[in-house]
Design a protein around this ligand. Sequence first.
Ligand code: HEM
Length: 223
Amino acid sequence: MSHFFTSSVGKKFILSITGIFLMLFLIVHLSVNSLLMVGSDAFNSAAHFMTTNTVVQILEPILALGFLVHIIFSAYITWQNQRLRPVRYKRINRWGSTTWPSRNMFILGGLILIFLVIHLSNFWWQVKFGELDQVEAHGAMVHDLYALVASLFIEKWWYDVLYILGALFLGLHLSHGFWAAFQSLGWSNDLWRRRLKRVAYAFAVIMGVGFASIPVYFLVTAA
Ligand code: HEM
């Protein structure tokens, strides 16, 4: 069994499973964040649920572990590939095509990680250790996370640029990562490859445009 995790199939399997888990998180995260464009009550109530619900609390360390394992295994695979093939070569996949994201997955992942560290200090850290105002939303007293997000995007334009870039890097990473994950899990025949590529591009665009539209929304409505 321990052999499996060090074999190249095993490492790809772990990378795929953690990648799919992180994509599920992104769907939930974007859904909740979209409520920022509905209004403060809707978003604050949903954020309150996400920060107090027991199941979500249990999932939080699992999510952190998912990120950690995904980063460690991607670094390990990249390092091994470079060590085995020190001379750079044009990486062409088995169907004879190569895309810019597929050749730069590790760099894109690194840029997303830098974004993530800044992003967690902006919001997650403030929720856990900061002092947020309390407001009433749908009859309950909750943290005013909406005001925190709105003030960041309205008062500090460079964060809008950073979040739009973060969404772009994420979209590019997913445009390859989505179908590569399923391909590594065995869905690699011709028909599925074509289908998965289409779904991958749609998913990447929804995530990229979805996350980028939030800072854009605050910029436009505050103008
Ligand atoms: C406009 C874009 C985004 C906004 C407005 C946003 C907003 C937020 C907020 C308000 C929180 C704190 C919620 C809490 O602690 O419960 C949070 C947490 C988090 N965000 Fe984002 N986010 C955005 C994009 C992203 C992206 C692109 C990623 C991943 C690449 C991401 C990953 C995370 C993670 C991992 C957490 C911590 C989750 C937890 O432990 O509860 N976010 N985000």
